[in-house]
Write a protein that binds this ligand. Structure first.
Ligand code: GLN
Length: 288
């Protein structure tokens, strides 16, 4: 295969080779991703790879080549490594499951702050759990609350359950299949969600690896991007305890219309948009 024979055996040269191949293929963070690949193959961390001397064995070199080639063809790195990080814990992610984003860590932090004030036994719902990131973040810190996680995708639910199992949290979260609230029963103190909110007409213009590899059901918010968020805002009051919170991830510029819609749809006592660390509108907080 083109360029394969040139893959060097020593770690430093191999890192450089991987970086060049990735950046030549248009990967934005070629440096970081090359280090992640070498770190994965050597079972160490990326910082260590950069200062490490030594040579790869035959199997390791083959693996580096196949990962670099897969990535250069556009497959997101977490799918190749079957792994990503969320907050301070490691998550398994498989093709067909939405890869958690850094901005959703901000949503998790807001959810954790709200969860701190919940009474023991409180019920929390993660709507559209994907890999389970938000449900797991909550169950890890509050062993005394009941976390339920739903998703329309069986593939996502299997992955979320696998993550819960690996983190020793499978007994603390109940997973079930539901198209939004269709199969959800009872009321919750907190509902968190990172629903699809990308306008359908913009999906094709997302980065190639997102639009061609990640599940459309986790991204596509319909025409204008607000269809799912509006359904959640309309239906959530029927599933919240008095003074319960709804916390959703949203897209930049969607806050104003969502707040206008929410005010018409229900009697929320509090409605607020928060920004992410890049200063973009990213989180909608509603309290009934
Ligand atoms: N932030 C995601 C992206 O841009 C979109 C996530 C979502 O629709 N929930 O890829």
């Amino acid at each position: 295969m083109e360029g394969t024979a040139s893959a060097p055996w020593d770690i430093r040269s191999c890192l450089l080779w991987a970086k060049r191949k990735l950046s030549g293929a248009g990967v934005d963070e070629a440096d970081r991703e090359a280090a992640l690949i070498l770190a994965h193959v050597l079972s160490t961390d990326p910082a260590d790879v950069k200062v490490r001397d030594g040579v790869l064995d035959g199997g390791q070199r083959e693996l580096v080549i196949s990962l670099v080639e897969g990535r250069a063809r556009g497959t997101p790195l977490p799918y190749l490594l079957c792994h990503t990080w969320f907050l301070d814990f490691s998550l398994v992610v498989h093709p067909g499951v939405f890869i958690p984003r850094p901005e959703t860590e901000g949503l998790a932090e807001l959810a954790l702050a709200l969860a701190r004030d919940l009474p023991p036994g409180a019920r929390v719902l993660d709507m559209g759990t994907g890999s389970g990131a938000l449900a797991l973040a909550l169950a890890r810190v509050r062993g005394d609350i009941s976390v339920e996680a739903v998703d329309v995708s069986e593939t996502a639910l299997r992955c979320a359950w696998e993550n819960a199992h690996r983190l020793g949290l499978s007994g603390r979260i109940s997973f079930s299949r539901s198209n939004l609230f269709a199969e959800v029963r009872g009321r919750f103190h907190l509902i968190v969600s990172n629903p699809p909110y990308v306008p359908a007409e913009r999906i094709a213009s997302l980065q190639r690896e997102v639009s061609t590899h990640e599940p459309r059901v986790a991204l596509d918010g319909g025409e204008g991007g607000l269809e799912v968020l509006k359904r959640i805002l309309r239906e959530a009051p029927g599933y919240l305890e008095p003074r319960g919170h709804l916390l959703c991830e949203i897209g930049d510029g969607q806050g104003g219309e969502l707040i206008r819609f929410a005010k018409l749809a229900s009697n929320w006592v509090e409605l607020r948009v928060e920004r992410d660390i890049a200063g973009r509108e990213r989180y909608l907080l509603a309290r009934c």
